[in-house]
Structure formats: structure tokens, C-alpha cells
Design a protein around this ligand. Structure first.
Ligand code: NI
Length: 210
């Protein structure tokens, strides 16, 4: 089942240039399994949910993130039981970041592992690279000193506000280290967080050269 699902996911995201390509999925699967094994989670559930976590995401505008039709269909086609499908879909719904003022703690240890893995891949050097790729995909400016970051209090706000890629660090990325669930992920986040702070420092130093 896992191999078939992985092959389908690989095919579906092969043309992605928004930072949600197959290698993002691959990294999240490995990180989630690593975290999950330390936290004694059900690793089949963790791996399946990690593989499918971005297929129906609102950010990619391909699908419906409430009903997750693509993930649901792939699971059913590959013989997953109704109970397993519901558990995977619950994890996927709980993974997504919904703005600074919105709490999103998953209800299971498997969900925590997948959410932590996805968040770790959003920070550090890979996070910086993916953030600028996503900003380009959304036609956002790299940085505009006149656009100030906003800490969104609702999911709707977070989805609709126009921003710059540099602002995204303040609206999401720098907040992630304090919104991780597991001890393993918190340890992995320290170095990645520090790297983003150094990146921003250097970015402003170059920007303000005059
Ligand atoms: Ni993701």
C-alpha cells in the first residue's frame, strides 16, 4: 500500500515549484518516522499521513482541504480500511498552520509527529529556500519595507492578507519553534531557528548598505 501511494504522490507533485514537491514530502516522511519512532507512534499511520499531507492543501489551490478528496481516493484505491482512512484524514486536517493567533495542536501522537516534521521542513536553510520559492509562486515581493508583518488572528485572515516573503518569517517561520509538539522536534529546531535569524540579520545588513 505504502509503495503504491508513494508512487502516486510522486507523480502528482512532480511539476510543483511552490516548495511542496516530492522532495518536501520525502523529507517530511523521513522526519516524521524518525520523530514517530522516538515517540512510540504507529509508524504506518505516520508514514501514510506524511505522504498524503499536502495533496489537498489550500495553498496549492488544487483541491478541497475540508474533504481531502485526493488523499481519500488514493487510500480507498489502495485498500485502506474505512477506519484507517478516517485516522489518516484527521491527521492531515490537523497538520496545517492557520495563523499566529490560531491554536492547532493535533489530537494524536501520530498527528504531532507529522505536524512537527512538516514544520521542521519549513524552517532552517531548507525553510528559507522553500519560502522564497513559495513567494515567487504566489507573486509576492521578496521584501517591501512598507509592508509590515501581521500576526493573523484567524485562518481566513492568514489566507487572504497580502504580504512579502520576508514578512512570512515573522508571521509564521520564527514562531514555529515554540509551536512544536515533541521533544525530538524541539531539539532539531534550535539550530534551524538560529540559522533563520542569522539569514535575516545578513539580509537587512545588505539591504541597508547606504
Ligand atoms: Ni507540507
Amino acid at each position: 500500500m505504502i509503495n503504491n501511494i508513494a508512487n502516486s504522490v510522486k507523480e502528482l507533485c512532480q511539476h510543483d515549484s511552490s516548495g511542496h514537491d516530492w522532495w518536501h514530502i520525502y523529507r517530511v516522511v523521513n522526519l516524521a518516522k524518525n520523530i514517530g519512532s522516538k515517540e512510540k507512534a504507529d509508524l504506518l499511520l505516520v508514514e501514510t499521513a506524511a505522504l498524503l499531507h499536502d495533496l489537498d492543501d489550500w495553498k496549492l489551490e488544487l483541491s478541497d482541504s475540508e474533504n481531502l478528496p485526493i488523499a481519500r481516493k488514493l487510500l480507498a484505491e489502495n485498500g485502506a480500511t474505512a477506519d484507517f482512512i478516517e485516522r489518516v484524514l484527521t491527521i492531515i486536517k490537523e497538520v496545517s498552520y492557520k495563523g499566529a493567533g490560531t491554536k492547532t495542536k493535533p489530537s494524536s501522537i501520530e498527528g504531532m509527529a507529522v505536524q512537527d516534521a512538516d514544520r521542521l521542513d519549513a524552517i532552517g536553510a531548507i525553510g528559507v529556500a522553500r519560502t522564497f520559492a513559495y513567494g515567487g509562486y504566489k507573486n509576492q515581493p521578496l521584501h517591501d519595507p512598507n509592508l509590515k508583518p501581521t500576526l493573523h488572528n484567524s485562518y481566513e485572515d492568514y489566507k487572504s492578507t497580502r504580504t512579502s516573503t520576508i514578512n512570512h518569517f515573522y508571521e509564521k517561520l520564527l514562531l514555529l519553534k515554540d509551536r512544536l509538539n515533541t521533544k525530538t522536534a524541539k531539539e532539531l529546531a534550535v539550530q534551524r531557528h538560529r540559522f533563520m535569524e542569522q539569514f535575516l540579520e545578513q539580509f537587512y545588513a545588505e539591504w541597508n548598505l547606504d
